[in-house]
Design a protein around this ligand. Structure first.
Ligand code: SAM
Length: 335
């Protein structure tokens, strides 16, 4: 039972989902995500696992029932399974509906069984190509074989896997049909995502960007896409692919805004609460957490303040992709 009234923003949206980043570090350097000059949060500034779990409890006090652990690469955080174990107790107690994970899959083979034991039922795995060389180039050194092993392990452990692919002009546009066949052949949904102009990472965003309509049009040459009424509650627009029977989602933050139904907030590993992924605005939760170790009221007040300032929509504009629209890169808040 929530102890406090729900978190409702100035536009009447109820916040029911928390995306919690447990590290900003990653073992990959995806060309659209992390730049050479990216600075990572100094260790002392990173919330401890206990502080992260405490934050989950504070959000649960507001009736938040879905938690997604993200990063950086969340499975690289030392001791991260202690956090999963601690949060899983709230699942068992019926106080949380869902505990999930977004991962690049590199460490999944090691952790999949334990994640399932902790009550995780589904994971999102980021995968932008099935061609080992192209995968290595996009991730700047990631191992496709390790990720595929991780997907095997996740499915063997009974986890539902969704594949997330960022569409990149001239880089993986021709790979998406193959990713779709792979995902659907293995009983996994696929979502394709437009690249967002996040972070001052010295890339030509306009050259990377491909609108979802172009991806859709390319897929329609090979597949029949049937609209489905169902929504996942998230930003994806779903279709069913007649030839495979599988589900395909399109996420179009640039070409088609989806902010009206946004029910989530994000907290970075240093305790910054971002009420909107596509804005720089944030409220610090680390200071009240650390200044008042035995009292959650100041942290709760900061959360409520941040939610009241949740903007109506993000700031991304397709007309100025090469202008730095949001200064922090995605590894800070995760997906
Ligand atoms: N390391 C984990 C992973 O790879 O899934 C979690 C963090 S990663 C930042 C979360 C997701 O954000 C990944 O699917 C990644 O492809 C996506 N991403 C990173 N930068 C992006 C950008 N500029 N635009 C769109 N998606 C991005």
């Amino acid at each position: 039972m929530p102890a406090a009234p729900p978190l409702i923003d100035a536009f009447g949206r109820v916040v029911s989902s928390l995306r919690l980043s447990v590290t900003d570090r990653c073992d990959m350097r995806c060309v659209y995500c992390i730049g050479g000059g990216t600075r990572f949060v100094p260790r002392a500034g990173i919330l401890t696992l206990e502080e992260l779990e405490r934050l989950v409890r504070v959000f649960m006090g507001f009736g938040v029932r879905r938690v997604r652990i993200t990063g950086g690469e969340p499975l690289l955080r030392r001791g991260v399974m202690r956090l999963f174990r601690a949060v899983s107790r709230h699942l068992v107690a019926g106080l949380l509906d869902e505990l999930t994970l977004t991962t690049n899959g590199s460490q999944l083979a090691r952790y999949a069984a334990e994640l399932a034991e902790c009550g995780v039922r589904r994971v999102n795995v980021s995968l932008d190509s099935l061609d080992p060389d192209r995968y290595g180039a996009i991730t700047r050194g990631g191992s496709l074989a390790a990720v595929l092993n991780g997907i095997d392990a996740a499915q063997n452990a009974g986890l539902a896997v969704k594949i997330n692919t960022v569409a990149l002009k001239g880089l993986n546009e021709t790979d998406i049909a193959g990713l779709l066949r792979f995902a659907h052949g293995r009983g996994m949904a696929l979502t394709v995502i437009e690249v967002m102009p996040m972070g001052d990472i010295d890339v030509d965003r306009a050259a990377q960007f491909v609108p979802m309509a172009a991806i859709r049009e390319r897929l329609c040459r090979e597949f029949t896409l049937e609209p489905v009424a169902e929504t996942s509650g998230g930003p994806a627009r779903w279709v069913r692919v007649t030839e495979t029977g599988g589900k395909l989602g399109f996420i179009s933050p640039i070409s088609a805004r989806f902010c009206a139904g946004c029910d989530r907030v994000r907290v970075t590993c240093s305790g910054l609460l971002h009420p909107c992924l596509g804005r720089d605005f944030a409220v610090d939760l680390r200071a009240p957490l650390r200044q008042f170790p035995g009292d959650d009221a100041p942290t709760s007040a900061a959360i409520r303040r941040a939610v009241l300032l949740k903007p109506h929509g993000h700031a991304f504009s397709a007309d100025a992709l090469n202008r730095i629209q949001v200064t922090r890169p995605m590894n800070v808040t995760g997906g």
